[in-house]
Write a protein that binds this ligand. Sequence first.
Ligand code: CP3
Length: 345
Amino acid sequence: MKLENDLLLRAARGEHTERIPVWVMRQAGRVLAEYRATRAQAGSFKNLLMNPELAAEVTIQPVDILGVDAAILFSDILVIPEAMGLPYRMDEGKGPSFEQTIQTEKDVENLSTDHVLDNLKYVFDAIAHTKRGLNNRVPLIGFAGAPWTIFCYMVEGRGSKTFSLSRAMLSKNPELAHRLLQKITDATIAYLNEQISQGCNLVQLFDSWAGILNKDTYSMFALPYLEEICKSVNTVPLTVFAKGAFFSLEEMGKLPCRTLGIDWHTSPEFARKMAGSDKTLQGNLDPAVLYGSEDFIIYETKHMLDQFGPQKYIANLGHGVYPDIDHEKLKLFIQTVQAYQFNRS
Ligand code: CP3
C-alpha cells in the first residue's frame, strides 16, 4: 500500500524531497500529556510496551498531536537482552536495571537466541496494531539497540557515566566480548527483519554509548557488527545513530546503510565532510534549545536547516526530547522545519 506521506523514505533513499521530513527521537513519551495518561492506564512503562493496543496508541499520538512525518514504534532497546534471558526492570527516576549481568564464559553461553522472536511477539503485535491505526498516513520506524550499547547494559546491569565494567571486558577478555557481541548481533538481525516483515518501513540502530569508546575500539568492537547488521537487514532503509562517535564518522560513511544520525555535538558541516556525499544525514538540534524562547527556537532550527541543506536530510533533535519540554515548543520546532523554504537563488 502506498503511503500518503513518504517524505522520510524518499529522503532516506537519497531521492528528491520537496520539503524536509521531520520526526523526533522520544516523540512517543513523557513530553505528551496523552502519553502520560495512557502510561498511567497501563500501570507501568513495561506494561505499556507489552500491551500491543496501548503501545500502538502511544506510537500514533505524536502523528496526531505533533504532526510529525513518521511514527516510531513505542518499545525499548532493552527488550533484546530480556528476550535472550536477562530480564530488566524500569524504575521511575532510576532508569533500567538488570538483576543478572554478563561476566563469564558461562553467562554468555547461557544466553539464548533460539526464542527471541517468540519472546518478542508482543512487539510484532504492536506493529500490526500500529499499521492499522496509521492507515498508511506516514512511515513506521522500527528500531533496536546497536550491539555495543546492548552489550553495555548486559555487562553493567544499569546505566553508567563511564561503563567501565563494559570497557574492562574489552581489555581483559576481548574474545569473550566478541562472542557476546556476535550473539547480540544475531538476535538483532532476526528481530529487525521480523519488524520489517510486520510492516516497519525503515529501521534505526541506536548506539547510545558509542561515545565512550575511541576510534580504535569503535572499529574493533562496534563497526564490524554494525556492518553485519546493515548487510543482513537490507530490504528497507537503515539508519545508524551512534551518539558521540564523531571520531568514527568517516568509517561510518562506508557502512552499507542509507542514513547516519548526527548528535548535537557534531556540526553539520563536519558531518557532511566526514560521512561523504552519498549518505542521508539526520539530526541534530540540541534538545536544550527547546527550553528557549520561540524566536530562539525558530532561529536555531532555521540555522540548522541551512547548514544541512535541502536534500539527503531528515530533521530531528541531536538526541531524545527531554520529558519536561513544553510540547508546544516541540511542535514549533516541527512546524518550523515543515514550513521552511530554502532560498533557491
Ligand atoms: O519515541 C520514541 O523514540 C520511541 C520509543 C523509545 C523509547 N526508548 C521509549 C522510552 C526508543 C526508541 C527508546 C530507545 C532507548 N531506550 C535507548 C536509545 C535511545 C537513547 O535515548 O539513547 C536507550 C538507551 C534506552 C534505554 C532506556 N529506556 C533508558 C536509559 C530509559 C530511562 C531514561 C528515562 O528517560 O527515564 C528508558 C525508558 C524509556 N524508554 C522511556 C521512554 C518513553 C521513559 C520511561 C517512562 O515513560 O517512564
